[in-house]
Design a protein around this ligand. Structure first.
Ligand code: HEC
Length: 127
């Protein structure tokens, strides 16, 4: 195989891997785990309540959540670390964000520990 032909082949493989599931903006920055998490986020229809870009009065924005403070319904304040994000997905009623209703369904029986990690890695990457 000529060098030129090899280059063509590898280019087309790259393209197939990155289109469809990942936007070009994020393809460069998301880890493999976070990329899987993005797919899970879409499969579980999280975006129907949590639009990633744009706003929704019914849900707090997930972009910028990781590492930042949240005031809760009970007036306490927490920092949104990895454990908090996971708890929010498995036990949404445990800590309800102030100003929002306890309307999120639990996903604890709908995903494996690994999938929970992947979806959490995706949310952590939303800066
Ligand atoms: C039916 C609408 C709905 C769906 C579907 C939903 N959520 Fe939520 N989510 C909410 C609401 C309302 C809140 C705010 C109340 C609360 O804290 O529980 C919330 C809060 C959160 C929080 C905490 C946000 C913060 O600012 O502290 C995270 C993280 C989260 N959701 C992730 C997810 C993920 C991941 C999925 C999909 C697996 C999902 N949600 C699906 C409605 C939804």
């Amino acid at each position: 195989m000529s060098l030129l032909l090899q280059k063509k082949v590898s280019n087309s493989v790259d393209t197939d891997n990155t289109t469809d599931t990942v936007t070009t903006e994020q393809a460069d920055t998301l880890t493999t785990s976070a990329q899987r998490g993005k797919t899970l986020f879409e499969q579980h229809k999280c975006q129907s309540c949590h639009p990633i870009d744009g706003s929704n009065q019914l849900t707090p924005p997930l972009r910028g959540l990781y590492g930042n403070e949240r005031k809760l319904k009970n007036d306490s304040t927490i920092v949104a670390d990895e454990g908090y994000i996971k708890e929010s997905i498995q036990y949404p009623g445990a800590k309800v964000v102030q100003g929002y209703n306890d309307n999120m369904p639990s996903f604890r029986d709908l995903m494996s520990d690994q999938e929970l990690q992947e979806i959490t890695d995706y949310i952590k990457a939303l800066r």
